[in-house]
Structure formats: structure tokens, C-alpha cells
Design a protein around this ligand. Structure first.
Ligand SMILES: Cc1cc2nc3c(=O)[nH]c(=O)nc-3n(C[C@H](O)[C@H](O)[C@H](O)COP(=O)(O)OP(=O)(O)OC[C@H]3O[C@@H](n4cnc5c(N)ncnc54)[C@H](O)[C@@H]3O)c2cc1C
Length: 305
């Protein structure tokens, strides 16, 4: 079994989330072979082989050109799976590679066992098991689903990949920062995060009281933002902010992969949930099995004493 992992760079820095791909390779029991268009000023730390193309020459975003470079590595390595992150870069390139070889693409993989890949459907309410019907396959892997594999001591063997074909239909202009949301949760030391489990907007007041008592910022899961109980700037997760506070208290949050992707690097996680089997329990240092609307006011009262 051979994987070709496709890494990513942004402004000459290796994109941190791509370390998840090494964790995926571990899970697949495969050696680590990566291709990336980037810079040798920031080589990812892993034991294996890195095929590196120069982003000065090939741009960090030129999917048609990058496809050709990936073809070269595929011809050298003949991998069984070509594995992208489920990122905007992966969404763009993965189908191009799959179409060029007429092979299947399985997107947003969150688990795998015995060649069967698991991906969420229906806004993550259901999961489907998929087996590829082609000899090779392209995968995109959900960030946070397989962990994060980094070891400072490791250095890959680096081989440069070049081509004289530098014409791209795309001209990369610049990265544009997302609009300033006003709330920068990434700098917060304590976050109290609200999930759908609080039941209704009226119950927010008790959670806000806890946050105020311990000097925390308020965070939220996506359904809370979708229901307009809190502003979108407070959303934590894959499509919200990525946070790493000293203490993260989750209140009625199930712990979907998309939410975990944004908060799994928190130093200490306390989860309050009525369901002892909620996935957040696997990440939490402490799981309080309780009704959040009863537990939080009692906790706040105690802390205020
Ligand atoms: C492309 C994409 C991107 C996404 N991005 C994000 C993102 O950035 N952030 C994000 O959060 N989600 C994101 N999602 C949505 C994600 O898949 C989940 O649907 C969402 O995280 C669930 O939010 P939740 O845990 O609040 O709600 P639910 O999954 O409904 O969980 C509610 C939890 O509360 C518990 N509960 C119920 N009542 C109580 C009570 N009285 N006391 C205590 N516990 C109680 C339940 O047991 C349950 O575990 C994304 C989805 C997709 C498809």
C-alpha cells in the first residue's frame, strides 16, 4: 500500500494542518511520501520522502500546473492513493487528478478500516462507508479526523521536482485576509463555548454569566451561529476560528470533527454534556455528564463565592 500525500504551503510556510496527512499515513500503515509546491526554507518534519517544487517558479496556487507536477511524482512512485487535505487547495486539485486518470475520488474522509472509507453526509448527521471501485483513488481527508503527527527531530529526504512547462491559465494575485470579525478567539486564554445542547437562546444568559465570572471569551458551535443566538465571529471550528486556549469549556457541544478541528489544541478541555458517549468526551480532559442548564448556574454560583 502506497500513499502520495499532497502538502500545502502558504506564503512559503508549510501549512500546519498538512501534518494531519502524516497521521492519516500512520493509520493506513503506509510510508510517508509527500509532494508539495513550496519552499526549502520551511521543510516539514517527518521521516520519509518529500518531493518539492519551487513555489517561486510554480506559484502557490496554479492548479493546472501543480497537476502536471503531481503527474510526474505519480509516475515515479505509482501510489495506490493520492491524498489531499479537505481544503480549498484539495477541493480544487483532487478532482483534476482523479479526472486525468479516470479514477475515483472520495472526499472528506473521516475514518478508514480495511479499505473502507467513512465520510459524513447530510450536514454530518449521517456517515457512509465507501469502497473505491478503481485500482487507484484520490482522497481528501478532513482536518482533525486522524490527529496531528509532528516530530521535531525528523527530516525527510528531499527531491526537487521541476518542469519546463511553466504556463498556467491562472495568475495568483494575493491572499486576502478574511474581514476583521472583531472577536479574536485565537488569543483567548479561557473560552466557554456554547452548543445546540443549551436548547434555546434564552439559556445563553447563564453561560454568559459563567464566562464573565471566570474572565472567558464566548465561543460557539455552528448551529448556535446558524440560529443567530451568537454572532458568526464566535464560531469555533473548521469554518470558524481555530483556538488554543489554556481552558476550553464546552457546553452542550457534541464534538463533531468540524468543531474539534478548531479547538483540539486547547490545553485543557472540560465538556458538559448529557450524553456520556458524545464524541467530545474522547477529546475532553473532564467530561461532566449533566444538564448544562442546571450544572452551569450551580458552578457559576460556587465560583462567585
Ligand atoms: C463543511 C462543514 C463545516 C462545518 N464547520 C463547523 C464549524 O466550524 N464549527 C462547528 O461547530 N460546526 C461545524 N459544522 C457543523 C458540524 O458538523 C456539527 O453539525 C456541529 O458542530 C454540531 O454542533 P453542536 O455540537 O452544537 O450540536 P449537536 O451535534 O446537535 O450536539 C448537541 C449536543 O448537546 C448535548 N445536549 C443536549 N441537551 C443537553 C443538555 N441539556 N445539557 C448538556 N448537553 C446537552 C447532546 O447530547 C449533543 O451532544 C460544519 C459542518 C460542515 C458540513
Amino acid at each position: 500500500m502506497k500513499l502520495l500525500l499532497i502538502g500545502e504551503y502558504k506564503e512559503n510556510k508549510f501549512f500546519d494542518a498538512a501534518y494531519d496527512l502524516f497521521a492519516f499515513a500512520e493509520k493506513m500503515n503506509a510510508e510517508k511520501i509527500m509532494f508539495a509546491v513550496g519552499s526549502d526554507s520551511d521543510i516539514p518534519k517527518f521521516k520519509g520522502k518529500l518531493y518539492l517544487s519551487d513555489s517561486e517558479k510554480f506559484s502557490e496556487y496554479a492548479p493546472d500546473l501543480h497537476k502536471k507536477l503531481i503527474h510526474k511524482v505519480i509516475e515515479k512512485e505509482n501510489p495506490d492513493y493520492i491524498v489531499f487535505l479537505h481544503s480549498s487547495y484539495g477541493w480544487d486539485l483532487a478532482p483534476r487528478i482523479a479526472a486525468s486518470y479516470k479514477i475515483s475520488v472520495i472526499s472528506e474522509v473521516v475514518d478508514v478500516a480495511d479499505g473502507i472509507f467513512v465520510r459524513p453526509i447530510c450536514n454530518s448527521k449521517l456517515r457512509v462507508n465507501i469502497k473505491s471501485s478503481t485500482e487507484k483513488s484520490v482522497l481528501t481527508v478532513q482536518s482533525g479526523a486522524f490527529g496531528y503527527d509532528i516530530n521535531d527531530g525528523d527530516q525527510p529526504e528531499v527531491e526537487k521536482i521541476d518542469t519546463d512547462d511553466v504556463g498556467s491559465k491562472y495568475i495568483f494575485k494575493e491572499y486576502e485576509e478574511a474581514a476583521d470579525t472583531g472577536v479574536d478567539l485565537s488569543k483567548a486564554e479561557i473560552i466557554v463555548s456554547v452548543g445546540r445542547g443549551i436548547g434555546k437562546k434564552d439559556n445563553l444568559a447563564t453561560i454568559e454569566a459563567l464566562a464573565k465570572t471566570i474572565g472567558a471569551e464566548l465561543g460557539a458551535s455552528r448551529p448556535v451561529v446558524d440560529a443567530e443566538w451568537l454572532d458568526a465571529s464566535r464560531q469555533v471550528g473548521m469554518s470558524g476560528q481555530t483556538v488554543a486556549p489554556k481552558l476550553y469549556i464546552s457546553c452542550g457541544i457534541s464534538g463533531s470533527i468540524q468543531h474539534l478541528a478548531g479547538m483540539k489544541k486547547s490545553e485543557y478541555i472540560v465538556a458538559i454534556n448529557t450524553d456520556k458517549d458524545a464524541p467530545i468526551g474522547d477529546e475532553a480532559d473532564v467530561l461532566v455528564i449533566s444538564d448544562v442548564n442546571q450544572f452551569v448556574p450551580a458552578l457559576t454560583k460556587r465560583l462567585q463565592k
